[in-house]
Design a protein around this ligand. Structure first.
Ligand SMILES: *Cc1c(COP(=O)(O)O)cnc(C)c1O
Length: 407
């Protein structure tokens, strides 16, 4: 079934600048509560004053509604989580945001929502553009959710569509190769089919896919939004209708975010623009130096590839970001030696933290991806991915250089 429109309703105009929204979003009710810091509501259950007032149905909950009376039970609604969601929607410029217990819980919920939208029991088809995060690729390829998947190149979306296509799913910049997909072009090809963009690598600071027509914008909030390597979370910025479906699924499946995690995410939002821009300077510096290093055969960083990629970057991103990847001459053994030899950088998966992390996608994050798909998409044995943190780039380069000397 085709939907009436794939165009999201972005909340326009966003009068305040990003920095201001990052500081003030989701704090609207604090003044009346007489507090200044974000309150953490850890209640799993709430007093039900009278049964007549407690007749809350799924539709009310799905609308984000928590009648002034009582939230009843924390799987249904939690005020600390709801405040973070409000703040986050403000950063992406969407009507709503819905938070989940991890990025993968968010991806799973979006796929279930897409399936619901095609109608119960009907076949459901998704068009997916590789490369994707290893976990997302694995979820789609596993058939676990009973969804039929067609893998397409960015220019082959239109050809891959069927009458029962419920969703187009893509990442830009993509994990782990940093390849870019032209958002305007992808949305145009998808026509009336909604497009889900995993925008984890860009954060709302560098890219707002909803402004290009993406119906669903997903983030693994474990990464930059948390920003300190101490929270697992996912968040989806979208319109009212999708948010309704996603909240229903969250109530039913229990894919919830813990209020302590929501507090940490919300607490970190004011510094998100500072963190991303500062780390980006470091990444630009490292990318430039890696390009000139004799043991590095290729550097992957938005805008560095073809002139077409540079044009896409300019059109939809406000900067190149903080993550880069590179190939070392000498294959797996050389890449493994670099990863084992860094002293300041942490050899670890994940990304978007205050400290710099380096990892080997083929052996770690993308190990679960079929070998053929890894090969076709440049996830090779010589590839290392670096998530640049807030350290001084001079120190980071000294560390990487001594590790490359050992190859
Ligand atoms: C990490 C990641 C995910 C999965 O998020 P979790 O929070 O680990 O479940 C999804 N997409 C991208 C691009 C990621 O980097």
């Amino acid at each position: 079934m085709f939907f009436e429109t794939a165009m999201p309703k972005t909340v326009e105009p966003m009068k305040l600048s990003l920095e201001t929204r990052a500081v003030h979003g989701g704090r609207e009710d604090l003044h009346d509560m007489g507090v200044h810091a974000l309150p953490i509501d850890l209640s799993s259950t709430y007093r039900v004053p009278d049964l007549a007032a407690a007749g809350i149905d799924l539709e009310t909950l799905a609308s984000g509604g928590h009648p002034a009376t009582t939230p009843i039970y924390s799987r249904l609604h939690n005020p600390t989580v709801a405040r973070f969601e409000k703040a986050f929607a403000g950063l992406e410029g969407t009507e709503e945001a819905v938070a989940f217990g991890s990025g993968m819980a968010a991806v799973t919920s979006v796929l279930m929502a897409a399936r619901q939208r095609t109608g119960n029991g009907k076949p459901c088809h998704v068009v997916a553009i590789r490369p994707l995060y290893g976990g997302t690729d694995h979820l789609l390829a596993s058939g676990l959710l009973g969804i039929d998947v067609s893998w397409a190149r960015p220019d082959g979306i239109r050809r891959a569509l069927r009458s029962e296509t419920a969703l187009v799913i893509l990442e830009t910049p993509a994990n782990p190769t940093l390849s870019l997909v032209d958002l305007d072009e992808a949305v145009e090809q998808a026509g009336t089919v909604p497009v889900m963009v995993d925008s984890t690598f860009a954060t709302p600071v560098l890219q707002n896919p909803a402004r290009h027509g993406a119906a669903v914008v997903l983030h693994s909030a474990t990464k930059f939004i948390g920003g300190h390597g101490d929270v697992l979370a996912g968040v989806v910025a979208t319109d009212v209708e999708w948010a309704r479906e996603l909240r229903k699924i969250r109530v039913i499946t229990g894919n919830v975010l813990h209020p302590l995690a929501a507090y940490l995410l919300h607490r970190g939002l004011p510094t998100l623009p500072l963190r991303v821009r500062h780390a980006q300077q470091g990444a630009e510096e490292l990318a430039g130096r890696l390009l000139r290093h004799p043991r590095v055969t290729a550097v992957h960083y938005p805008g560095l590839g073809s002139s077409l990629e540079a044009a896409i970057m300019k059109k939809q991103m406000k900067g190149k970001g903080t993550i880069l990847a590179f190939n070392v001459s000498g294959g797996f053994a050389a890449a493994a030696r670099v990863m084992a030899s860094v002293e300041l950088m942490t050899p670890a998966v994940s990304l978007g933290s205050v400290d710099t992390l380096i990892q080997h996608p083929a052996a770690l994050t993308h190990r679960v991806v079929e070998e053929g798909a890894r090969r076709e998409n440049g996830i090779s044995e010589s590839l290392l991915r670096v998530s640049v943190g807030l350290e001084d780039p001079v120190d980071l380069w000294a560390d990487l250089e001594q590790a490359l000397e050992r190859v």
